[in-house]
Ligand binder design. Structure first.
Ligand SMILES: [Zn+2]
Length: 143
């Protein structure tokens, strides 16, 4: 049995020679495939079934591809998109969102007419003189 396994592993390594193999993108594709497959197993859906099949075929195509440099470039692009998405969720917090909302209630954001600098002005103060912190330009605003 052990002999069989090692022979199988050897055959596989020969088969995979010069082929691309696994990367981050393929792992995410495979996980997406399993998730879609499980969902449509519990709740049969033709579109999901086709989508999961296409995902599986595309993943296998990438794993077995001999165009290693092209697959590598795809993974580099995917990694940068992945960092953007995970970075967004890492930075996201409900407290920050609440702060943003309460600020919007109490303040108004104006743009300096001269240099377009954004200036935060408290609401409900009537006519006020605003001095741009960047270019020192002064202008009237009703808040
Ligand atoms: Zn200005």
């Amino acid at each position: 049995m052990n002999d069989f396994l090692s022979r199988l592993r050897y055959r596989l390594s020969v088969f995979m020679q010069g082929r691309y193999g696994m990367d981050h993108l393929n792992r995410v594709l495979l996980i997406s495939y399993f998730v879609l497959y499980l969902i449509q197993r519990f709740k049969p859906n033709r579109a999901l079934y086709y989508l999961s099949t296409v995902l599986l075929i595309y993943t296998l195509f990438r794993i077995l591809s001999r165009n290693v440099s092209k697959r590598y470039q795809e993974n580099v692009k995917f990694e940068s998109a992945w960092r953007n998405v995970t970075g967004f969720f890492k930075d996201f917090s409900f407290d920050k969102l609440k702060d943003r909302f309460s600020q919007a209630k109490e303040y108004h954001i104006y743009k300096c007419p001269r240099c377009r600098q954004k200036i935060r002005i408290p609401r409900g103060k009537g006519h006020i003189m605003v001095k741009c912190p960047k270019c020192a330009f002064e202008f009237h605003k009703k808040s």
